[in-house]
Design a protein around this ligand. Structure first.
Ligand code: ZN
Length: 305
């Protein structure tokens, strides 16, 4: 089989400045590695997300801040999060990739899709851009599947090393969505304790600094995958950050590319059991270029299986 991969050159033009970890070279590393290693992928240009899709996840004030500020040079929305002259277009294309991928998968054009986009999304809350994220791409995807396509149960698996606080906050009172996350703790943004359960639809598995593949696989095997299985999602979304890799400069987990291949295979199996195989994965973090190349190829290769 083949799968759709959504990206757009505008995602490279989001200019975070010379010393920022979330830089365009990250996305180039991912797209070039996928093109070299997996020639069977079906590449698609991401459209712009519509205002209606963005407003399902976000307050009008955040759209105004990101889309209408139009800075003439870089400005900081918070100590980590940059808005550059071309960031609005990048944000629209990243969110638009998520929407288009959901449309393709639910429309039967492809069973699985990967969105190779930046800026990432899972820290953005309803009304606040933060942690390198402008719009919450995975939340926009989930709400599009629920509200535009009429699904009743959508699950989000988040294996970025940072907790997806924005995604959790958006869905903490929405039982149509199960959010399952592994992440390092303590670490930015300091949320994601196991005691944070939402309305029974949030499952957090924090891991201590230094934890490696064994602890990661155990957390997913004993807590997160069983919760996803029990929820029986009609669509599985993945916040695919690769910053839990041992080479990543922003965190201290010790994963290898094989760990991502293993988890992806488990997630594909859940999608196959409950969702007709339907899975949409979105790039989140990952800040070592060699690790990004290896992990994104391992992840997408497993999506092809
Ligand atoms: Zn991260």
């Amino acid at each position: 089989m083949s799968i759709h991969v959504y990206t757009h050159p505008a995602c490279l033009a989001h200019d975070t400045g010379p010393a920022h970890a979330e830089r365009p070279q990250r996305l180039l590393a991912v797209t070039q590695a996928l093109q070299q290693e997996l020639p069977q992928l079906d590449w698609r240009e991401a459209p712009r997300a519509g205002r209606d899709a963005l407003l399902r996840a976000h307050a009008p004030a955040l759209l105004q801040r990101v889309l209408e500020t139009a800075p003439r040079e870089r400005i900081m929305l918070d100590p980590d999060t940059v808005l550059s002259p071309d960031s609005a277009e990048a944000g629209l294309r990243a969110a638009g990739a998520a929407v288009a991928a959901v449309d393709a998968v639910l429309g039967g054009d492809t069973t699985r899709a990967f969105c190779a986009v930046r800026p990432p999304g899972h820290h953005a809350t309803n009304d606040t851009a933060m942690g390198f994220c402008l719009f919450n791409n995975v939340a926009i995807a989930a709400l599009h599947a629920l509200d535009a396509h009429g699904l009743q149960r959508v699950a989000i698996a988040d294996f970025d090393v940072h907790h997806g606080n924005g995604t959790q906050a958006i869905f903490a009172r929405d039982p149509r969505v199960l959010f399952a996350s592994s992440h390092q703790m303590p670490l930015y943004p300091e949320t994601g304790h196991a005691s944070e359960r939402g309305v029974g639809n949030i499952v957090n598995a924090p891991l201590p600094p230094g934890a490696g593949g064994d602890a990661f696989r155990a957390a997913w095997s004993t807590q997160l995958l069983p919760a996803l299985d029990a929820f029986a999602p009609q669509l599985l979304l993945v916040s695919a950050g690769f910053d839990a890799h041992r080479l990543d400069p922003l965190a201290q987990l010790q994963l290898e590319a094989d760990d991502y291949a293993w988890l992806t295979a488990q997630l594909v199996a859940i999608a196959d059991r409950h969702a007709g195989g339907r899975l949409v994965s979105l790039l989140e973090g990952g800040y070592d270029l060699d690790a990004l190349r290896a992990c994104s190829v391992a992840h997408v290769r497993a999506l092809l299986a």
